[in-house]
Write a protein that binds this ligand. Structure first.
Ligand SMILES: Cc1ncc(C[n+]2csc(CCOP(=O)(O)OP(=O)(O)O)c2C)c(N)n1
Length: 667
């Protein structure tokens, strides 16, 4: 099949046959882009592609030469993870050349892991947190009515996404306001991350639910282009109520090994053979050179951006990067692994129950039952419904259970914050919250999934215990303490990316007591070059500087201590404040009084942790030494897509940044 000529399509309404051809090529571009990124969401991007093609190339009234025309139809991709479909949709409609989409998920690219309206024209709203698009559509449709504009509003959603309660608040209001200019589209591919929607949390009978909420419902085969086109036409004729197109689709549509497979929700094709097979399944006869050239575009982008970021790093003469040289040898393991290991170990305690919110295997909460089928009746899936998860957990806690909830930090701390505040913390309920994917090092998913606010959100809550462990071994210990020793709410923050293991099983750990870490000289492995003591067991050694850190910034602080000693002879006390609440005030005040020079380090919006430390340090009684505090963290900006370590460098979160700040402070 020859390539589709998208340029000739701009500005006219395509026929059904043309749309079918266009959708094939759009699928191919989405797949190549995801392959080039090495990450992304093929399953849902493929299932929604026929609907996307019809919307962008026939149905929606939009003009790539007048992007912000007030009369344009609005398309809101509520399912932000299907960004590849949105990006090729906009390209097909003439907004940019489709080849450009191969920079998907790369640092500096406008094609962020989840759509960002401030980076890419044509993206109507940023999305990535499910369940928010329909309400936006309601507001937009209301504005059209109010301003007597006749644009239409389209909202693209997933079927798992229907589990979010906010969808139904929006659905109720859309009918209440009689928004016949609003058309919702549900890409009903029957799968979500954890498996079949029906099993994770049944949403059916979906059509009856929407009807009961006062909507006009159109059910179609979402891969039959004629039916898609007809459905959009029908929706336009409906008066006095909103319409929803429930499109029955196949996840991974068009690629033999992806169809109906939950495992292809969020992973890229791994090998070139796999990609070629996928393209051939789609019926796209691209030459090897064509695919090579697209992949090369993406690689060139990566190389350029990596070189640019490296050139902007603080000038530290020696080579101190993790595992770059003999002296920095360290094992890497994501902190979330420690969470899983602990749950597996302590899971025989019958009081423990776990709650899944469609992100379970990746955060390792499933380690609880993986090798223990007898525990399965203590596992409850609530679907993509984080607010309800906290309420259900509260109810379980009220009945003597120890519920362990878990999801990405944004959805664990942000989405259900009021539930955590008023039900869980106000009542001091014994609910445990595992907030995964904390920090910028989440990587290519981008800002929507990089949680940079949870320390602030959780630390401000009375009764909350807050722990941010430094590596996977400490996560294991912190998890056990938070679940079994704390009676009351506890939040543990951990990271997605593999980070250095800098403690050992016998390293002392006590909830609420910080650890003092001192560099003792080069050893074969990084971990052996340091001594860890509970702050209560430590005597001051006349250090010049104290770096106070939490989470995977502790390894960076340790590396900075090494750099400072080796390059400048500076002695550093590293304070690992894994428990932010209740905080080890004495250890911090000691550092303020004894050293007077503090750098805080957090993989978080700067000050979330740093200001807590500064507030404690300010309480010192001995003012004989002046106190200076600098803070390392993300500087009041959202994150972005990129490779995890590349982002750590870009956002100024490495040992080199800490060390160069210290050198400046020490003059
Ligand atoms: C509020 C929120 N919770 C969790 C997630 C993580 N997440 C991304 S995609 C997804 C599954 C979505 O399932 P569905 O809506 O059926 O989409 P599809 O299967 O078509 O990709 C989840 C849980 C999220 N992005 N937002």
């Amino acid at each position: 099949m020859a390539d589709f000529d998208f340029r000739s399509a701009v500005g006219r309404k395509l026929t059904v046959e043309e749309l079918e051809s266009a959708a094939k090529i759009m699928r191919a571009y989405a797949l190549v882009s995801i392959h080039a990124a090495g990450t992304g969401h093929p399953g849902g991007s493929l299932s929604v592609m026929d609907l996307t093609a019809a919307l962008f190339l026939r149905e929606a009234n939009m003009d790539c030469c007048n992007v912000l025309s007030p009369n344009r139809d609005r398309i809101y991709f509520s399912a932000g993870h299907k960004a590849p479909a949105l990006y090729v949709g906009l390209a097909a409609a003439g907004f940019y050349d489709m080849d450009e989409v191969v920079t998907l998920r790369k640092c500096g690219s406008v094609f962020q892991g989840h759509p960002h309206c401030l980076k890419l024209e044509g993206v109507e709203v940023s999305s990535g947190s499910l369940g928010q698009g329909l309400g936006i559509g309601v507001g937009s449709a209301l504005a059209a009515k109010k301003d007597n504009k006749n644009y239409r509003v389209y909202v693209v959603m997933g079927d798992g996404e229907q589990q979010e309660g906010s969808i139904w608040e929006a659905a109720m209001s859309a009918a209440h306001f009689k928004l016949d200019n609003l058309c919702a589209i549900v890409d009903k591919n029957r799968l979500q991350i954890d498996g079949w929607v029906e099993e994770v949390m049944n949403i059916d009978p979906l059509a009856e639910k929407y009807r009961a909420f006062g909507w006009h419902v159109i059910e179609i085969d979402g891969h039959n282009m004629q039916q898609i086109v007809n459905a959009f036409e029908e929706a336009k004729t409906v008066k006095g109520k909103p319409s929803v197109i429930i499109a029955n689709t196949v996840k991974g549509k068009g690629v033999s090994f992806m169809e109906d497979q939950a495992g292809w929700h969020g992973v890229a094709t791994k090998t070139r053979e796999q990609l070629d097979q996928a393209l051939s399944d789609l019926g796209v006869n691209w030459t090897k050179e064509k695919v090579d050239s697209l992949l090369a575009l993406s690689q060139d982008w990566s190389k350029e951006i990596a070189a640019k970021i490296d050139s902007q790093q603080p000038p530290i003469p020696g080579r101190y990067w993790w595992n770059a040289d003999q002296k920095m040898k360290v094992e890497m393991d994501p902190t979330r692994m420690g969470f899983g290991r602990c749950l597996e170990r302590i899971g025989d305690d019958e009081r423990i129950v776990t709650l899944h919110a469609d992100i379970s295997a990746s955060i390792r909460i499933t380690a609880f039952e993986e090798n223990h089928p007898e525990r399965k009746d203590r596992v409850f899936s609530v679907g993509i419904a984080e607010q309800n998860m906290m309420q259900v957990a509260a109810g379980l806690a009220l009945s003597g259970k120890i519920p362990v909830t878990g999801t990405y930090g944004v959805f664990a701390a942000g989405r259900p914050w009021d539930q955590i505040r008023t039900t869980i913390c106000y009542g001091n309920l014994n609910v445990k919250i595992a907030g995964a994917h904390g920090g910028i090092s989440v990587g290519p998913d981008g800002a929507t999934h990089q949680s940079l606010e949870e320390i602030s959100l959780m630390a401000v809550l009375p009764n909350m215990t807050l722990n941010v462990p430094c590596d996977s071994i400490e996560t294991d210990k912190a998890t056990e303490a938070c679940i079994l020793d704390v009676v009351g709410p506890a939040y543990i923050r951990f990271a997605r990316e593999a980070t250095p293991v800098v403690t050992k099983p016998d390293t002392p750990f006590k909830l609420g007591i910080a650890n003092v870490i001192r560099f003792r000289g080069e050893k074969e492995s990084f971990v052996d070059a340091f001594e860890h003591k509970l702050s209560t067991d430590y005597s001051p050694e006349g250090e010049h500087l104290c770096i106070i850190a939490c989470g995977p910034m502790v390894p960076e602080a340790m590396r900075a201590a090494w750099i400072l000693k080796e390059e400048k002879g500076i002695e550093t006390r590293v304070l690992n404040v894994h428990t932010i609440k209740p905080i080890d005030a004495k250890a911090i005040i000691d550092a303020a009084e004894q050293i007077g020079l503090i750098i805080t380090a957090e993989e978080h919006q700067v000050g979330g942790f740093g200001n807590i430390i500064a507030g404690v340090a300010a309480k010192r009684a001995d003012h004989s030494k002046p106190l200076r505090i600098e803070m390392i963290g993300v500087r009041d900006q959202f994150g972005e897509s990129g490779e995890p370590w590349e982002l750590m460098k870009l956002f100024g979160l490495t040992a080199e940044h800490i060390a160069s700040t210290a050198i400046k402070m020490l003059g």
